[in-house]
Every structure is written in C-alpha cells, then in structure tokens.
Design a protein around this ligand. Structure first.
Ligand code: FAD
Length: 284
C-alpha cells in the first residue's frame, strides 16, 4: 500500500516526532511505500489568500470557493497545493498526525486542508440537482481510500469519555473524521488517540509505540467508522435530514450519522468510539 502521513508538529524531537518515526518504520518494515508531508519542515502556508490564485485579476474580487474551483479546473493552483493533491491521489491511505490543540488540529494542518481540499477536488464534486446533492459523505474523489487520525492529547481518557468534561473524543473529532475525511470519500478508520501525554515519560513510550505499530499493521483490514452514506438512501433530498425512524432510540447529534444497524456489539453506545480499547490508547 501507499501511505501518506501529514504531520503537524513543530519539533521533530517531540513525542509526536518519535511516534512519526515509529509509524514510518513499521510501515516500511511491512513493505508499504510511505511519503510524509511534514508541514512545519515544509514551511507550509496555512492561510488562504489572493496568492493562492495567481490567475485572479488584480482588481477582481476574491471569492475563495469560486477562485478555488476556477484554479483547480484550469490547473493554476499553486505548486505546493498541486504537489499535495498529487500525494493524496497517490496514497491508498492518508494519516493525519497532530497534537490536540484547543480541541482540534493545529492551525497549520487546518490550513493544509483549507488550501489542498480544493473545489472540484474535495468538494463541489458530482451532480448537484433536486435528485442528488453531490458526491460526498461516502462518495467523492477519494472514494476507495482509507484515512485515519493519530492524535496526542494532554487530557485524560476519562475527560474525553461520554460524561467527561471535555466532551466525548469522537464528538470532538467528528468535524475532522466526518466533515473533512469522509466528506470527499475516504473510509475513516477509528482514530489512534494517546491521552495524558504530557506526563508520559520515557517508560510510557514503548506501550504507546507498540499500540501505534499494531494500528499500522491493521490499516488495510480495520473496520471503518460506520458513517452513513449520504447517497445511500438514509437522507431526505433536498433537506439532507436523516429519515425518521432510522436512528437508535436516544441517539441524537453526531451519533445520528453512524449506521450501527446490526452491530449489537456496540451495546447502543452511539458516540463513544474513542473510549473503546479498539480505538484508543491511554498513554499511562
Ligand atoms: P512532547 O511534549 O514532546 O512530549 C510529551 C511527553 O512524552 C514528554 O513528557 C516526554 O517525556 C514523553 N516522551 C516519551 N518518549 C518520548 C520520545 N521518544 N520523544 C519525545 N518525548 C517522549 N491537550 C488537550 O487534551 N486538549 C486540548 O485542547 C489541548 N490544547 C492545547 C493547546 C496548545 C496550544 C498546546 C501547546 C497544548 C494543548 N494541549 C491540549 C496539550 C497537547 O495536546 C499536548 O501537549 C501534546 O499532545 C503533546 O504532544 P507533543 O508531541 O508535543 O509531546
């Protein structure tokens, strides 16, 4: 397989840097081809601006989505963005690795998404009509590929559990897993989350590294998060609301968009995938 890791940490000697080395070594040992986009090392520009659209006239009003569409179609996106798009098309698996900063990804990685997930490539794809609302959420350019998050967090696993004060980790990661990765078609694997990392110490490293190696070994076979397909019949058109009666009793919010029919093993837990040992590694 071909694996692209997009890495967002400013310090190669960090825990994240060490975990990146672990992932790359394990993937290579397994015979996979690996590319890493090390965003800080590349000096990635995170903000969208006029400079992203060289073909835009000086006096022309910048409309970011329209400019993205025009530049993608005309092949005039900047070379750094084009190179990342090529890597995404090359890779069978995309991994986004980052420390949790303010309950989300570091700005540099969000800026990578903003600039690389262009109109016509990652959104605005497919038929938009009164019968179909585009190819997204399970369909799209990146359909057939897999994606996964590798995240380190200072907070405890309990703090990110169903009743934890930070909110459930899968709810916090939903905008990334569902809104960014599933949207253009990726099958999204459960995240590898390491908690309480600031107190990990040297002794705590090896169990975490081994957990990550295991997840690298399972990239091709792991069961993806069972997000509902937009075009699979579960949603009304054009309101794009989930049809009544499809949800499990008591489900609401993000959990509505998980299709857990027939999965008795989850015992009705609709938004705590991250609290399962299958998905999470408590770095303690
Ligand atoms: P490092 O600081 O590099 O290392 C962490 C520990 O790992 C060290 O103590 C070190 O002893 C140990 N370690 C063991 N082996 C190694 C090795 N081989 N190499 C390096 N270190 C090793 N946390 C939350 O939970 N929620 C938030 O919303 C949140 N927001 C944040 C916002 C900001 C701006 C910042 C700076 C931090 C925030 N944090 C938050 C905490 C953050 O998630 C952690 O600090 C981060 O995940 C730690 O990852 P790191 O790679 O920087 O770790």
């Amino acid at each position: 397989m071909k694996v692209l890791i997009v890495f967002a940490h400013p310090e190669p000697r960090s825990l994240n840097g060490a975990l990146l080395d672990v992932a790359v070594s394990e993937l290579k040992r397994l015979g996979h081809d690996v590319q890493v986009s090390d965003l800080y090392a590349q000096g990635w520009k995170s903000e969208v601006g006029r400079g992203d659209f060289p073909s835009l006239g000086q006096s022309e009003r910048l409309k970011p989505a329209a400019a993205s569409k025009q530049a993608f179609e005309a092949g005039t996106l900047t070379s750094d963005v084009k190179a990342e798009i090529e890597k995404l098309l090359w890779a069978d698996v995309l991994i986004l690795q980052f420390p949790l900063w303010w309950f989300s990804m570091p700005a540099i990685l969000k800026g990578w998404v903003d600039r690389v997930f262009a109109y016509g490539f990652a959104y605005g794809v497919g038929e938009h009509s009164d019968k179909r609302w585009g190819d997204r959420y399970g369909d799209g350019t990146l359909k057939g590929k897999r994606a996964m998050l590798v995240v380190t967090a200072g907070g405890w696993e309990e703090h990110y559990s169903d009743r934890g004060v930070n909110g459930p980790i899968d709810d916090l990661l939903f905008p990334i897993n569902h809104g960014i990765l599933y949207y253009p078609g990726y099958e999204v694997l459960p995240p590898f989350v390491v908690y309480r990392v600031d107190r990990l110490g040297d002794a705590g490293f090896e169990p975490v590294a081994e957990g990550l190696r295991q997840r690298m070994r399972g990239l091709a076979t792991a069961e993806p998060i069972p997000f509902r397909r937009q075009n699979g019949g579960d949603y009304l058109i054009p309101s794009m609301q989930l049809r009544a009666g499809l949800e499990r009793p008591g489900a609401n919010g993000f959990a509505l968009h998980l299709d857990q029919a027939g999965d008795a093993g989850r015992e009705g837990k609709l938004h705590s995938l991250g609290s399962s040992p299958r998905h999470a590694c408590g770095g303690r």
